[in-house]
Design a protein around this ligand. Structure first.
Ligand code: NDP
Length: 240
């Protein structure tokens, strides 16, 4: 029986590429999104996967959508915690909402999605959990105390959870992408983006499919000995 994978934020950008890749790998995939119905419908039709609305910041929504996915597809084997947002401002200008929202989506979302599935994975003796962090969680970034804190937290969460489940057939790994060509980066002003590109040794932005290929690698059955790691995918921009 093919594995069941859940991809949060699986309808756009990196998440869309991950959903497509895991489907191509033969998995039964459910993608979650929070508000953009048009992109969600497009992904559903294009990839022929299950697409459901769920705000990962809301624990009850996560529990209920995971129960729905399990009733439709069966127990979750692979969880990709990819959903993430930015709300940039220097700390001296940041408001409480921008701090809270980023922490709730980018960090609390991992707890909300992982807590309901971890006991089942432990009982069945198999699981692959892949958390999308960021280069800016590794090195910090001006204007992103909220995002850098959340994404550094993703790495700590990954390491602790990996240790807790190492004897249960569950691997937990993080991926720290650099700048990838998605809507999130489209919001960066043109001149800033040009400066960023100039600082990437490979000389270009990354592609969503390049991150998706790493998820596929970490989600594979045979990758049972890589756990607690952070895979850096940034064109050489920051060597952690
Ligand atoms: P996009 O903004 O292109 O897509 C984000 C996806 O996440 C969408 O599907 C969106 O749904 C969904 N989403 C947003 N908020 C929530 C929420 N509260 N609950 C559920 N789903 C949500 O982002 P990227 O593809 O660029 O980024 C994906 C991940 O990679 C993020 O965690 C990001 O921090 C990380 N990352 C991205 C980098 C980049 O350069 N792009 C670099 C490093 C890390 P909807 O369509 O409904 O809005």
């Amino acid at each position: 029986m093919s594995r069941v994978a859940v991809v949060t934020g699986g309808t756009r950008g990196i998440g869309h590429a991950i959903s497509a890749r895991l489907k191509a790998d033969g998995m039964r995939v459910a993608a979650l999104y929070s508000g953009n119905d048009e992109a969600a419908m497009h992904t559903r039709e294009e990839l022929e996967i299950i697409v459901l609305k769920c705000d990962v910041a809301e624990s009850l929504e996560c529990r209920s959508v995971l129960a729905e996915i399990e009733s439709l597809l069966g127990p979750v084997d692979v969880l990709v915690n990819n959903a993430g947002i930015t709300r940039d401002a220097t700390l001296h200008k940041m408001n409480d909402n921008d701090w809270d929202r980023v922490i709730r989506v980018d960090l609390n979302g991992l707890y909300n999605m992982t807590r309901p599935v971890i006991e089942g994975m432990r009982a069945r003796g198999f699981g692959r959990i892949i958390n999308i962090s960021s280069i800016n969680g590794q090195k910090g970034q001006f204007g992103q105390t909220n995002y850098s804190a959340a994404k550094a937290g993703v790495i700590g969460f990954t390491k602790a959870l990996a240790l807790e489940n190492a004897r249960k057939g569950i691997t937990v790994n993080a991926i720290a992408p650099g700048y990838i060509d998605t809507d999130m980066v489209a919001h960066v002003p043109h001149d800033v983006l040009e400066q960023i590109k100039a600082g990437i040794p490979v000389g270009r932005l990354g592609r969503p499919e390049e991150v998706a290929a790493c998820v596929s690698f970490l989600a594979a059955e045979e990758q049972a000995f890589i756990t607690g790691s952070t895979l850096t995918v940034n064109g050489g921009q920051y060597l952690a």
